[in-house]
Design a binder for this molecule. Structure first.
Ligand SMILES: NC(=O)c1ccc[n+]([C@@H]2O[C@H](COP(=O)([O-])OP(=O)(O)OC[C@H]3O[C@@H](n4cnc5c(N)ncnc54)[C@H](OP(=O)(O)O)[C@@H]3O)[C@@H](O)[C@H]2O)c1
Length: 241
């Protein structure tokens, strides 16, 4: 997919990975980037078009469709994580917010923008997923469930949207150094690296974009021996609890 002169929409584009994606799209030649965010941001860059867009709001999404008729690259990046296990006392509450944002929000945006992409020649949908789309991290359990649901959504809409010429990609990474992982003490990749690899994946029409140095290895390990992968997770969990 060509990025030069394209018009992109990035949800949750005001900070973290979304902000890096906006800059990377512009550096790759995007003509216009709509930056969706819950609170309107300002920019002196005339290529940036701030857009009030809470992905859990039907009203905001309908208004965004009306305001962005020229989009041909949609990046579903908005996401939240409550970073708890399934049996944590607050898990249900957090799970609902996560599911509403990471899964239902993505579904709502895809449904709303599929006709826009069709009118603009097909274009591309890029869903920011995670390595935990493939397995459950017990410490990030409710979040993992939403990313697995978003993975399923990604695979399904690829089939449904093929006939209208819309390409669909999933982006996979482990920990990225953003506010989302501020409480997590683990090696993290820079959001700029993930954004750069995402841009490369878009340009190369990749369906599975392995956007950090570790994600391809994680996928290979799971494909090779899922039970061994989970045995290692169990050992770490048992040692910590
Ligand atoms: N960080 C990681 O380790 C990691 C790894 C793999 C995948 N991801 C995924 O990468 C994406 C970006 O996360 P990040 O790491 O950049 O986190 P972040 O720094 O916390 O940024 C999250 C972004 O999502 C926005 N957002 C949250 N709820 C929203 C809603 N209802 N409507 C619209 N925007 C909303 C936030 O907006 P506000 O400023 O209004 O809160 C913010 O712009 C997420 O989908 C996340 O799951 C992250």
């Amino acid at each position: 997919m060509n990025i030069k002169d394209s018009v992109a929409l990035v949800t949750g584009g005001n900070r973290g990975l979304g902000k890096s994606l906006v800059q990377a799209l512009l550096a790759a030649g995007a003509r216009k980037v709509y930056v969706g965010s819950r609170k309107l941001t300002e920019s002196s860059d005339t290529r940036i078009h701030p857009l009030k867009l809470d992905v859990t709001s039907e009203q905001d999404v309908a208004a965004a469709v009306a305001a962005c008729p020229d989009v041909n690259i949609l990046i579903n990046n908005a996401g939240v994580a409550s970073s708890v296990s399934f049996l944590a006392p607050t898990s249900l509450q957090g799970a609902r917010v996560e599911m509403e944002t990471n899964y239902f929000g993505m579904l709502r945006i895809v449904q709303a923008f599929a006709p826009v992409l069709k009118r603009n020649g097909g274009g591309m949908i890029v869903n920011i997923l995670s390595n935990v789309s493939w397995f459950t991290s017990p410490a990030l359990a409710t979040y993992s469930a939403t990313k697995a649901a978003a993975f399923s959504l990604t695979e399904g809409i690829r089939i449904e949207l093929k006939s209208q010429g819309t390409r669909v990609a999933g982006v996979y990474a482990g920990f990225i150094d953003t506010d989302l992982t501020a409480q997590i003490d683990a090696p993290k990749v820079s959001p700029d690296v993930v954004a750069a690899n995402t841009i490369k994946g878009i340009l190369e029409d990749q369906e599975d974009i392995f956007a950090d140095p570790g994600s391809r290895g994680v996928k290979a390990a799971l494909d090779n021996d899922r039970q061994a992968f989970y045995r290692a997770i169990q050992q770490r969990w048992d040692a910590a609890h």
